[in-house]
Design a protein around this ligand. Structure first.
Ligand SMILES: Nc1ncnc2c1ncn2[C@@H]1O[C@H](COP(=O)(O)OP(=O)(O)OP(=O)(O)O)[C@@H](O)[C@H]1O
Ligand SMILES: [Mg+2]
Length: 720
């Protein structure tokens, strides 16, 4: 099926209009229905002042309003319809909406694509009808939307009484999750611009909403919950534009599929799960990926209210030694950097603090230093160049019964200290319970802008803020990125093929193909007889490696088709015989590779495999035969540049080996990065023909990098 990307796209101005209805009709409203009553109550709570009409087949009044039998009967213009009828009636309702010139429909009912092939067909039918009638259909299987900024909506669930407007937009494929996020935002005093639930996304997708919010002036952070990212290329464009407009995007993506679920020929293919790919792509786009709904709401709330931090270091200050200890542990686990204070700062802090206080970051200023000393401490920290954020851990009243004058004084002291600092600061409550509505209000009254809920969540959110800042600064310096999906293959590479079919190439063909686009290989020769093998091995200067060349044997060691450290003519002859015999009956044998033996250095795996959604994905890990056991691998979606590859090398846990461990010299990092970029580039050039490509190992030492082995697996045709 050809899925026409552009035809699916709902334009930003269309969506803006759809999400700002001036008046709303409820189709399928019944007096006895709590659902339709809820829609009206929700609109009222949102501050909606427009016209609300009710329509049902019986024409019986509902919720104190006279009902119409059809939208066409209403006789005055309406903008949006909340469609509460069962799935089977939706097509007819769409016709009725069109007759009444109503351009927006929120469809609540379930029973569509989520139920199987028949449901999928029905859903496609509804989408096609809506598109033909010029109706912007939201859902089906969703709860609709609220536009808090414009005080309107078409929403089929509760609206918290104490919602407030603010810069955070919530987008959720799941209605229930969107609803829960909104409730939590209400509890935490997080101001919202929109809640949009997209359900089955027959027409309006998360990407469409992201595109709209990226340009929306009332929004500065977008909290997204989704199960699938459809159309990654468009998603990448929308995310890039939103980030360019200064919006922070935070995402919880569910439905992570385990690695190795697919049938993969190369090591890379079996290691790369879709989840790692999504993480890598989101990272490259500057989208913050989180692990829980709490993290999603709290992170969006913070990023919606701050600018990217100028430095990645965080200073933590508290009067509670226990909190400091917990945060020290959490920061360590999360990889949050708490840089030590410099000498001058340390000396100044010693002067301010009581003699028994230990001066370090995180800093316990002790209960004795909460007066003027506190402002003094912050003033010192404020001057630390590597600190981009000051985090104060502080007691917050959880309820009226916790309130006392000393707590108020403490908050006032913290507030004036933070206000006096040029470095942005925030407060972290000790538990989530201390950051609910009551505590939130107390902190706000004191004049503190950000309160994070609990020490663990607080550290996670602060870490996200630091990573986001680093990435946003990085993105500013780099061009826009979108995945390298199905480019046409470069004829130069295909010239090495003898036929059009798919499948694995022999190592010899793979090596010629990759060498032609600057992947560095160790010198080697293809030999076709014992005599040629001996002749070649004599040129190897000492010991040789002898390996089978066959497109039918991808993993040669497994079947005894690799002989290493072969010395002497007799041994070479025996090795040649053995590796060729190892091919087994029926395997095509092109001969054997004879290459000089290498020793020392570090072996790296560089592989590219294809993800169904995102296209080619690069994996880099510590290599050789142990790669799969270690699983110490970094991923990026192609295309990559040298900066991406350098970042990947820093990510792998075994990176210490590259810097020269145990008296070994550091490896030639420039050559390594060049070689990896060359492999990625080769994969990109194979375009739609690439199934997977792997150099394992790429051997690197202080003197350079060279590939010792290569596997290329092709697809026969462009599969769409
Ligand atoms: N010229 C050489 N010098 C030193 N070691 C070599 C050489 N060629 C191969 N090796 C070692 O032998 C191992 C196996 O060789 P190679 O990677 O070519 O075969 P393979 O078994 O098909 O690979 P894979 O494990 O990726 O399936 C390499 O990982 C490397 O450690
Ligand atoms: Mg190998």
């Amino acid at each position: 099926m050809v899925d026409d990307d552009t035809a699916r796209q709902v334009r930003v101005d269309t969506l803006r209009q759809a999400l700002t209805p001036g008046n709303v009709v409820i189709v399928g409203a019944r007096d006895s229905s709590a659902t339709s009553a809820g829609v009206i109550e929700g609109l009222e709570r949102t501050g909606f002042t427009g016209d609300i009409a009710v329509v049902n087949r019986s024409g019986l009044a509902a919720h104190g309003r006279a009902a119409y039998r059809s939208c066409a009967d209403i006789g005055r213009p309406m903008d949006a319809a909340v469609v509460l009828t069962p799935a089977a009636a939706v097509l007819a309702v769409l016709d009725d909406l069109a007759a009444a010139h109503i351009r927006t429909a929120v469809v609540l009912s379930g029973g569509w694509a989520e139920t199987g092939a028949d449901g999928r067909a029905a859903q496609d039918g509804v989408a096609a009808r809506a598109r033909r009638l010029g109706i912007t259909l939201i859902g089906p299987n969703c709860l609709g939307f609220i536009n808090f900024a414009a005080r309107t909506g078409a929403w089929v669930a509760n609206v918290p009484a104490d919602w407030r407007t603010g810069p955070v937009a919530i987008v959720s494929q799941s209605g229930g999750i969107g609803n829960a996020m909104m409730d939590l935002a209400g509890e935490w005093g997080v101001g919202l611009s929109h809640v949009v639930t997209t359900g089955n996304e027959a027409l309006v997708s998360t990407t469409d909403v992201l595109e709209y919010l990226g340009e929306d002036e009332s929004t500065s952070a977008i909290a997204v919950f989704c199960e699938a990212i459809r159309h990654p290329e468009r998603f990448a464009r929308a995310a890039t534009r939103a980030v360019e407009h200064g919006k922070a995007i935070v995402m919880l993506k569910a439905g992570s599929s385990p690695a190795a679920a697919r049938n993969a020929v190369t090591h890379t293919g079996s290691m790369v799960g879709n989840d790692a790919v999504v993480t890598a792509a989101l990272r490259r786009l500057g989208v913050v990926r989180v692990d829980s709904l709490e993290e999603l709401v709290a992170t969006a709330a913070l990023l919606g209210g701050i600018r990217p931090l100028r430095a990645p270091g965080v200073a933590v200050v508290s009067i509670s030694g226990g909190s400091v200890d917990i945060v020290a542990d959490e920061a360590e686990r999360a990889g949050l950097r708490l840089p030590a204070f410099d000498e001058t700062a340390t000396a100044s802090l010693r002067e301010i603090l009581p003699p028994f206080a230990s001066v370090r970051n995180p800093l316990d200023i002790t209960g004795g230093a909460i007066g003027e000393e506190f402002a003094g401490v912050l003033a010192v920290i404020d001057k630390q160049d590597d600190v981009g954020l000051i985090v104060v851990l502080c007691n917050v009243p959880a309820s009226p019964s916790c309130k006392d004058a000393s707590l108020d004084r403490l908050l006032a002291t913290v507030a004036s200290g933070l206000q006096g600092a040029a470095t942005p600061g925030l407060l972290v409550a000790q538990t989530i319970g201390h950051a609910l509505r009551y505590g939130q209000c107390a902190v706000e009254r004191a004049g503190i802008r950000h309160l994070l809920p609990g020490l663990s969540l607080g550290v996670a959110v602060v870490k996200h803020a630091v990573d986001w800042s680093t990435r946003v600064h990085g993105l500013d310096r780099r061009g826009p990125w979108s995945p390298a999906l199905d480019k046409p293959p470069d004829p130069r590479l295909l010239g090495f093929l003898s036929q059009d079919g798919g499948g694995a190439l022999s190592e010899w063909t793979a090596r010629q193909m990759l060498a032609a686009v600057d992947v560095p290989f160790l010198p080697a020769e293809l030999v076709r007889s014992e005599v040629e093998a001996v002749d070649s091995a004599r040129r190897c200067d000492g010991a040789a490696a002898v390996k089978l060349v066959s497109p039918d044997v991808v993993h040669k060691t497994d079947v005894g088709a690799v002989r290493l450290d072969v010395r002497g003519d007799d041994a070479v002859r025996a090795a040649y015989r053995a590796v060729v015999a190892a091919a087994g009956p029926g395997a095509r044998v092109e001969g054997a590779i004879v290459a000089p033996m290498r020793s020392g250095g570090v072996e790296i795996l560089v592989g590219v495999t294809r993800d169904d959604d995102w296209g080619p994905v690069l994996a880099v890990g510590l290599g050789g035969v142990l790669t799969e056991a270690f699983r110490d691998v970094a991923y990026r979606v192609l295309p990559v540049d040298r900066a991406d590859v350098a970042e990947m090398l820093d990510e792998i846990a075994g990176a210490a080996l590259l810097a020269g461990a145990r008296g070994r010299p550091a490896v030639d990092r420039v050559a390594l990065v060049d070689a990896i970029v060359a492999v990625a580039d080769a994969a990109g050039r194979l375009g739609s023909r690439l199934e997977s490509l792997e150099v394992n190992p790429l051997r690197v030492d202080h003197d350079g990098a060279e590939a010792l082995d290569a596997v290329v697996v092709l697809r026969s045709e462009v599969v769409r």
